[in-house]
Design a protein around this ligand. Structure first.
Ligand code: UP5
Ligand code: MG
Length: 199
């Protein structure tokens, strides 16, 4: 059988910008597999016997970015498992990664030549919209970082660490920006037009 090289779209944007929501809609309409780095880290945190549980817990509450060795292994394993189960699933939405230079270096070290990054889907909206959405979700999400204190830190990390990564891809002409402050359906209209164009 022909083994396809993973085709990756990085999905970035502030906390609560709607990355997960839009990825779920993409999966319904296109042949992509959604891998949220944050979801993978939360699952690893809760896995019995994980040696990283406490570390991940601390980083997430503090809005800090977990060392890439941990995250990249979770992503790599998830991609491998997906492709082993179904060789036609080689398109991935990698949501919430890479978030800083350490993430980017880790990706290059482990995945360079093994996966193609097609473009970055960037959900752009104001910090206020991000914070309001996360606080609203916090009423029921049970997420340890959907509170005002953690959110301030998540926003700072996003501005100082993640925006420069997006700017770096912007210089390579690889960023597709969507105004994420509108309704879920309005945002998805733009997402669809990007995916239809990119193939
Ligand atoms: N909502 C969504 N779209 C809406 C819209 N258009 N209009 C109105 N409401 C909308 O949405 C957030 C909330 O807003 C939901 O209630 C939704 O219904 C509503 P969601 O789709 O969940 O947004 P998303 O961008 O996915 O928000 P999330 O909180 O997941 O983003 P983060 O980037 O902050 O969280 P993530 O899970 O990626 O990371 C969490 C932490 O993990 C990080 O802070 C970090 O500590 C750690 N992490 C790493 O260390 N490394 C990684 O590589 C990844 C994560
Ligand atoms: Mg998310």
């Amino acid at each position: 059988p022909i083994v396809m090289k993973p085709q990756v779209v990085f999905v970035l944007g502030g906390p609560g910008a709607g990355k997960g929501t839009q990825c779920a809609k993409i999966v319904e309409n296109y042949s992509y597999t959604h891998l949220s780095a944050g979801d993978l880290l939360r699952a690893e945190r809760g896995r019995a016997g994980s040696e990283f549980g406490q570390l991940i817990d601390n980083y997430i509450k503090e809005g800090k970015i977990v060392p890439v060795e941990i995250t990249i292994n979770l992503l790599r394993k998830a991609m491998e498992e997906t492709m082993q189960q179904d060789s036609e699933k080689f398109r991935f939405l990698i949501d919430g990664f890479p978030r800083n230079q350490d993430n980017l270096q880790g990706w290059c070290k482990v995945m360079e030549g093994k996966a193609d990054v097609k473009f970055v889907l960037f959900f752009d909206c104001s910090n206020k919209v991000c914070i309001d959405r996360c606080l609203e979700r916090g009423k029921s999400s049970g997420r340890t970082d959907d509170n005002r204190e953690s959110l301030e830190k998540r926003i700072q990390t996003y501005l100082h660490s993640t925006r420069p990564v997006i700017e770096q891809y912007e210089k390579q002409g690889k960023v597709r920006t969507v105004d994420a402050s509108r309704s879920v359906d309005e945002v998805f209209v733009d997402v669809k037009s990007i995916l239809d164009k990119e193939g």
